[in-house]
Design a binder for this molecule. Structure first.
Ligand code: SAH
Length: 209
């Protein structure tokens, strides 16, 4: 079976299981070649529903987690999105098809380079990759409509809350080293945050600098 068939099979599995709920997110997952964001030796596994090693002890999230987080984030065409934890650049590439601009911050300089190269190869021109400690957000382009955190964080930092527009949404894995809860926060017009939980997940930890 070829990669195109693998991809369609994965998409129908993710829809059937309820991870993919919208046409837009399905289409974004269909259009971003995940095989270009994994190690060469893992290309054949690109459309299996697993996280994969991408070097430096980091991983590209499993497709169902990317689907779930993207659905929860609800990016709109005009949105400016901040991602904490660029990794391979795959999640940023998916978001770039659904939003107007994506800003992604990566603490590991060599991975930031990998993400940049992958995004360039995939032709994603509306993504900018920055090196830095994302626990401070990225104030230079704030405020954001959406913030997605793709490393495990002990808490939702005030910097993220501040850099989010009213009406905006944050999605993050919040918890300890071994397990986190997938949390979504919505900033109401009055600045108060509404919190929802969406089950357990496991991400590599946020490293503070
Ligand atoms: N979204 C990525 C997967 C992220 S893996 C993808 O689609 O491939 C988590 C990433 O968060 C790792 O690359 C790790 O280096 C990065 N990270 C950890 N702590 C960080 C911090 N404080 N600021 C920014 N990135 C961080």
């Amino acid at each position: 079976m070829g990669i195109a068939e693998d991809r369609e099979m994965l998409l129908s599995k993710l829809s059937g299981a309820g991870y993919l709920r919208s046409q837009e997110v399905s289409e974004a997952l269909r259009l971003v070649p995940r095989e270009e964001f994994v190690n060469d030796s893992d290309r054949l596994l690109a459309y299996s529903d697993y996280p994969l090693e991408i070097g430096f002890g980091q991983t590209i999230s499993a497709p169902h987690m990317v689907a779930m987080m993207t659905e929860l984030l609800k990016p709109r065409k005009r949105d400016r999105v901040l991602e904490i934890g660029s990794g391979s650049g795959y999640q940023a590439a998916v978001l770039s098809l659904l939003a107007s601009e994506v800003y992604t911050v990566e603490v590991e300089p060599d991975l930031a380079l990998v993400a940049k190269e992958n995004l360039q190869k995939a032709g994603r021109e509306n993504v900018r990759v920055f090196v830095g400690d994302g626990s401070a957000g990225y104030p230079y382009f704030a405020p954001y409509d959406r913030i997605i955190v793709t490393c495990a964080t002990e808490r939702i930092y005030d910097s993220w809350k501040k850099q989010l527009k009213p009406g905006g949404i944050i999605v993050a894995p919040v918890g300890g080293f071994y397990m986190q809860t997938l949390v979504s926060l919505r900033k109401k017009r009055d600045g108060v945050f509404e919190r929802d939980e969406h089950g357990n997940c496991r991400f590599v930890p946020l490293r503070k600098q």
